[in-house]
Ligand binder design. Sequence first.
Ligand SMILES: *Cc1c(COP(=O)(O)O)cnc(C)c1O
Length: 398
Amino acid sequence: MVSPRKSRDPKTLRPATQLVHGGSLRSQFDETSEAMFLTQGYLYDTMEIAEKRFKGETPGFIYSRFSNPTVAMFEQRMALLEGAEAARATASGMAAVTAALMGQVRAGDHVVAAKALFGSCLYVVEDLLPRFGVASTLVEGTDLDAWRAAMRPNTKTLFLESPTNPTLEIIDIAEVAKIAHAGGATLVVDNAFASPMMQQPLRLGGDCVVYSATKHIDGQGRTLGGVILASEKFIADHIHNFLRQTGPSLSPFNAWVMLKSLETLPVRVAAQTRSAERIASFLSEHPRVSRVLYPGRPDHPQYEIAHKQMSGGGTMLAFEIEGGKAAAFAFANALSIIGISNNLGDAKSLITHPETTTHQRLKPELRAALGIGPGLLRLSVGLEDVEDLCEDLGRALG
Ligand SMILES: *Cc1c(COP(=O)(O)O)cnc(C)c1O
């Protein structure tokens, strides 16, 4: 395996170029498109080489639970994009979140998280960690005083998503990072909703960023995957052994799909964001829509923070229609292009009713506190022609 032509340091290239060329490992066949290495193991010419590789004295692959050339290309490309020293791919976004949190704590530690979390993330923080003696406190993520008040001497890590699911609240990542560091803790940011094109939490002071690569990174609704990005030290101290020994590895096939998807990530997310902006304006002018939540609009409650930490409003929006659950169901059932699905970040536009699907497990009080009412719908804007999407929404509303 040889590296690409002696070219510029990929770190000096702009993101779109990094996403096409970064991290490529070319085989002796000089393929243009990155190869998929479906192999579990690797051969060593001699026992001496095997010994050296196991000792970490020579580079090279050992076993695909640890690393694999296609997975490594995906990790490298993600690290370049994010400006991270190191990246580790995982089998799903939840494997990334679980490893990023579990890898840092032991019994007796404490974790603080924003309460507006993706359902499975909430399970990890609220149910799983306490089972192993790690206490957790959930706070209102937009309230910086609540974060400060929740800090304890044994607080090891803070965890948040921004924009949040499904109401797209914006949490000030730089300010929460300061609170974490002042208390000797780290900050982990789940950046799935924003995508790496809209927001780069490590550059805002976060210590670790996690993705469900299932979402915008695949972007075409095919494979599950996740990725953890951080400094070399963070990965070495908390993540490396946890992943190697517990085994939530990304399949090389899925890594290949994600790797090739990264080439088109900037154009896809830019187009989806333009459409989301247009749909947000369209909906905000519609008499049956009582509220539109889109981080790119000045009427968003945390617009100032969104403007400061995101490069655009992103591909997701939420809105409320008059008439509660019955009206929301009738409206979504009447759509003909936009599909009903809890997934997001797909080329296909998808709509979901959080109260009865993604957030139905939550206690009603928490749902109310999060602003998830019966008329709320969450829309993930895809790559269709935006005029067709507006017509679809308009017809279903009318
Ligand atoms: C989808 C999602 C996850 C989980 O990712 P999977 O790939 O489904 O495991 C975690 N966090 C957020 C914000 C998500 O949207």
